[in-house]
Design a protein around this ligand. Structure first.
Ligand SMILES: Nc1ncnc2c1ncn2[C@@H]1O[C@H](COP(=O)(O)OP(=O)(O)O)[C@@H](O)[C@H]1O
Ligand SMILES: Nc1ccn([C@@H]2O[C@H](COP(=O)(O)O)[C@@H](O)[C@H]2O)c(=O)n1
Length: 212
């Protein structure tokens, strides 16, 4: 596969549907077989817009579940660079300050690139970059319970703020922009980020791509 075009695999679905767990499990298990030069992983969240010019009140009020919250043009550009076998400087996002940090992570081109995020299929030019499109179809009530657990612990949010954001933005944007994008998926995965059969099937496909 050394001389062929890298394969870009998108994993999308609702917030807390298990995208991150699913893609990191595949990454971790394959990186031990094929090494870091074989596979890389990118989060769409890293491409949330830079907001250091806004006050904290303005940042908190922002709708992070609308496609405009992301700099999809930069993510598209970066994926094209990786396909051209050039390294990228991936931004680093902070959920506490609601903006990018001053750091960046260098990601070298690899034959397999996993990309995970909620709105990967919302932008036609970005969508075109993906060779395999996966949708995590986890029931929304389960996503909400997992989001509450995760965001109170990992993102330092209060229950009140999670509920308010969920009712006003997360849920409506899911029905407007995320759920309809399931139609673009090649593969739809049930049972969330621990679906072992789905993990093994995708790993098998990736191994086949690597040796072909
Ligand atoms: N099948 C599952 N069973 C139990 N917990 C899960 C499962 N899938 C995901 N989780 C947990 O739910 C939370 C949200 O999952 P995550 O992968 O971060 O979702 P996403 O990346 O889609 O926002 C995490 O704490 C994760 O460990
Ligand atoms: N400053 C921010 C940025 C994003 N969010 C929420 O994150 C969700 C997307 O990330 P997942 O890991 O859950 O897929 C999205 O639903 C945003 O509401 C946020 O709360 N604050």
């Amino acid at each position: 596969m050394q001389n062929s075009k890298p394969t870009i695999i998108a994993i999308t679905g609702a917030s807390a549907s298990g995208k991150s767990l699913f893609s990191h499990t595949i990454y971790k298990e394959l990186v031990s077989e094929i090494g870091e030069h074989g596979i890389s992983i990118i989060k769409e969240d890293a491409y949330y817009r830079e907001q250091s010019h806004l006050s904290m009140e303005q940042r908190i009020r922002n709708n992070y579940d609308h496609p405009d919250a992301f700099e999809h043009s930069l993510l598209t550009e970066h994926l094209k660079q990786l396909v051209d076998k050039k390294p990228i400087e991936c931004p680093v996002y902070c959920y506490k300050t609601h903006t990018r940090t001053t750091d960046a992570i260098t990601i070298k081109p690899t034959p397999i690139v996993l990309v995970e995020g909620i709105l990967l299929f919302s932008n036609p030019e970005l969508r075109e970059q993906f060779d395999i499109k996966v949708y995590m179809d986890t029931p929304l009530d389960i996503c909400l319970l997992r989001r509450i657990e995760r965001d109170t612990v990992e993102r330092e949010r209060t229950i009140e703020s999670i509920i308010q954001q969920y009712i006003t933005m997360v849920r409506p944007m899911y029905y407007q922009h995320i759920e309809p994008a399931k139609a673009f998926a090649d593969v739809v995965i049930t049972k969330g980020g621990k679906n072992r059969m789905a993990i093994e099937l995708l790993k098998a496909k990736i191994r086949q791509l690597i040796i072909s």
